[in-house]
Design a binder for this molecule. Structure first.
Ligand code: SAH
Length: 399
């Protein structure tokens, strides 16, 4: 049995509550903790031990959150220091570069699933964006900027720690350059299409890299199609559909800034503006309006924002997902395709499919599932952390 010196702060778990940690799940909930020994501050590294003192993990403590600690390592021999974190970062980047084209747009670090709880980092050309989402990642804040610049050669590392989840960790929002200076737009090329990414004012880190593969699919399905891209943001699926030869692409979003950057992105690719319609509208209302007008679409993409940020939002979110899917199914032309997504971690792939099945029953639609869809390769899911599978989608085809 490996025991840990009594000197380091320790979390001693309740009897029978060590199972998930032994299965290498990285979260330790407050209800599993029998007592805290020593007086760790938020972000400090603590040893997590079983009731008999057996070592389970090194973890970052958080005094505020229900997730009282997040594991950095399950190996007692590890020391959580800059050398340890640098190796995790380097491994995370190297794994991707072995797997994907060394493209200029890539998620470099995907939090828990890459063994770096609470740390997200996306690369957009010469600019790397960082989101610090946990007290543990915050403790090492000064390290991430220079380390990422060193490992990637990026000219700018920009912090976008303005996600809502930070408040659960007792952390204020913070944005700004960590290294260098942010460009007005970071230019990336994805699947042969250029996009200008607004890392300072855009949503999340500026772009939704997770949908990369699904945008390629949309391009393949768009030939001669009437396309509806609901929740279009800066034009991701819209540009793919235009490039894929769509007859017309109608794109909806409530954000004027997003629509204006989407238009700009279409123009830098020289795409035919007369085939694109950018509509500032609420999707819930607009789908009903199209239904009243008797409009039909051959390809519909539904990629809404996260309706269920946490477990308690699931019932309302389920109603919202059902609503948009119901109306989208009613707008689908015979033989048409619906690509429908949920990026809520709290909604499992199974539950999402049930919600969409309920919508199809109400719409009296016998769509078939062509394929289950998910996030791109640079958004892996740790086998020990199923919550990491936040993006799930269905490719449906009408009869
Ligand atoms: N599919 C996009 C990402 C979508 S992000 C891509 O590939 O890049 C979700 C988008 O939904 C955001 O741009 C947000 O502004 C928009 N949005 C949120 N609620 C909305 C609503 N009720 N109606 C229309 N758009 C909405």
């Amino acid at each position: 049995m490996i025991t840990v010196q009594a000197a380091s702060p320790r979390l001693v778990l309740k009897a029978g509550r060590d199972k998930s940690l032994r299965h290498r799940h990285p979260w330790i909930f407050s209800g599993a903790i029998e007592r805290v020994e020593g007086s760790p501050a938020s972000g400090d590294t603590v040893a997590v031990v079983a009731p008999d003192g057996a070592f389970l993990a090194w973890a970052a403590y958080c005094a505020e959150s229900q997730i009282r600690a997040r594991a950095w390592s399950f190996d007692a021999a590890d020391t959580i220091d800059e050398g340890f974190l640098e190796k995790k970062l380097a491994d995370s980047i190297a794994r991707r570069e072995r797997l994907m084209d060394k493209g200029d747009a890539m998620r470099l670090v995907h939090g828990e699933s890459d063994g770096l709880p609470g740390l997200v980092s996306d690369r957009y050309g010469d600019t790397v964006v960082v989101q610090i989402l946990s007290a543990g990642a915050e403790r090492w804040r000064g390290f991430w900027g220079p380390a990422l610049a060193g490992l990637t050669g990026a000219r700018c590392v920009y912090e976008r720690s303005d996600a809502e989840v930070r408040s659960l960790e007792g952390l204020p929002h913070r944005v700004g350059a960590m290294v260098g200076e942010a460009p007005k737009h970071a230019r990336i090329v994805e699947d042969g299409l250029a996009y200008d990414v607004d890392v300072v004012g855009g949503q999340k880190t500026g772009f939704y890299l997770d949908q990369r593969d699904n945008r390629v699919l949309a391009a393949a399905l768009a030939k001669d199609a009437e396309v509806l891209n609901a929740f279009c943001y800066t034009g991701g699926f819209s540009l793919s559909a235009l490039r894929g030869g769509a007859k017309r692409v109608v794109s909806l979003d409530t954000s004027e800034e997003a629509l204006s950057l989407a238009r700009h992105n279409a123009s830098i690719n020289g795409l035919d503006a007369s085939r694109a319609e950018w509509v500032p509208a609420d999707v819930f209302a607009q789908l009903r309006k199209y239904r009243d007008q008797g409009r039909k679409f051959d390809l519909i993409v539904l990629d809404p924002p996260k309706f269920a940020p946490t477990e308690k939002h699931v019932p309302n979110a389920a109603r919202a997902y059902k609503d948009i899917n119901l109306w989208a199914l009613k707008l689908l032309a015979p033989g048409g395709h619906l690509l429908t997504f949920s990026c809520s971690g709290a909604i499992s792939p199974d539950l999402f499919q049930k919600i969409v099945a309920g919508a199809a029953a109400d719409a009296r639609s016998d769509v078939q599932i062509r394929r289950h869809l998910g996030a791109a390769l640079d958004h892996p899911v740790s086998i020990h952390f199923p919550e990491g599978e936040y993006l799930k989608g269905l490719w449906l085809q009408a009869g």
